[in-house]
Design a binder for this molecule. Sequence first.
Ligand SMILES: *Cc1c(COP(=O)(O)O)cnc(C)c1O
Length: 457
Amino acid sequence: MHTLDIDTVEMTLDVMKYAISRITNSAPDLGQPKKESELHALAGETITPEGIGGEKAFEIFRDVLVKATVPIDHPRHLAFVPAAPTRAAILFDLITSASSIHGAYWMEGAGGIYCENRAMDWLVSLTGMPKGAFGVFTSGGTAANLSAMVTAREACRKKKEANGEKGMILTSSGAHSSIKAMAKVIDADVHLVQTEDRMSGAQLESALYALPPEDRRRVFAVVATGGTTNAGIIDDLEGVARVCKQEGLWFHVDAAYGGGALAADSVRHLFKGIESADSVTIDPHKWLFSPYDCGAVLYRDPEQAREAHQQDGSYLDIFRDEGARGFNPSDYQIQLTRRLRGMPLWFSLATHGTDKYKWAVERGITLARESGEMIRNNPDLELVREPSLSCVLFRRKGWEPEDYTRWTYENHKAGLALVAPTKWPSGGGFETVLRFCFINPDTSESDVQCILDTLRD
Ligand SMILES: *Cc1c(COP(=O)(O)O)cnc(C)c1O
């Protein structure tokens, strides 16, 4: 498998040619999903005893399969949380694979982990967490939130006499779905603090005091959101920090989406209080221009994370040997064998410098503000709320939920844009509205105008 014959050389060149043309294409076609049976009819049998050959397999991917995917970096992909990995980061993602480094332990991964740690230094500095705070890269925000919750629960068990009761986490109604999902994994209950807008310290405090005593004593952590996924709302982190301190609760900030905005001077003040967090989640694969997948979890006191996560096994003892002493990323999150996911971010940061990151994040915020103006000046449209971070929520006057769905599919089918509706609380229920989320600095004002034009009668 490792000898390089002429076919392999040709295939390598084809793959490299494709990679170069893809990353230099800033407006790739918006692909369309197809049924699995349709794809199978087009692709045929690909896994056979003899193999179909790299050339053929690659052709099938390039000519058929990739066309059934939506490129997340299309400048008019403004649905969900899109992405825009830098070319430097994508290239280094290839290097990360080619280098075959095990990212669990310093003994095997020292040079690669060194890269990750320099990128992590920068993330920590963005939060303003105290000296000693540090973290690790994870597969995403979900894994980062889970790793933080496991650490929080273990820290709480150590502090209080464990009595076998189920733990409880308090978070806002705007929190990401992964909080509830990961609470199931650790078998904890979640109590939602109902908030229209950002969760304040006072709201958290009254929700906590309103709990019956048998529930209140089960609460071990509060999850505040540093930029809700739906609307970019940042909870009152300072107020939440104060209540957590007063009540002795773990304070986690989920800034998976919004964390990138810590780099933006224009909005940094909105995150005041994040420096007091016990743990923070940031997804470089969302607003820090890293390829999928790359999340990060930061801890005020990494030692607590190590106590919660370090795995023991006779075959692992070698990694504790004197000669192998160093930072072991696997000791601080749920995964053992791991890809060095922070390496592409490191290379891209080293290439471009942190000012370029500031600029690129500010660009998303500017696009949101300018879109807000365009919507305000359009008689058919109405802002649902002022744009926050890079999220814009707005309604098309007179439209029913079906109109929004139809419009989304039409624009996608036409290869014009991917913009999806969302729901927003209204009159005790939920209203279907439109949502833009800007990440890609290559998106232009005319891209936005071109989408808004399709909302005319
Ligand atoms: C996206 C997101 C997550 C989940 O992150 P994944 O990387 O998709 O696992 C968690 N919290 C928030 C606020 C998010 O925006």
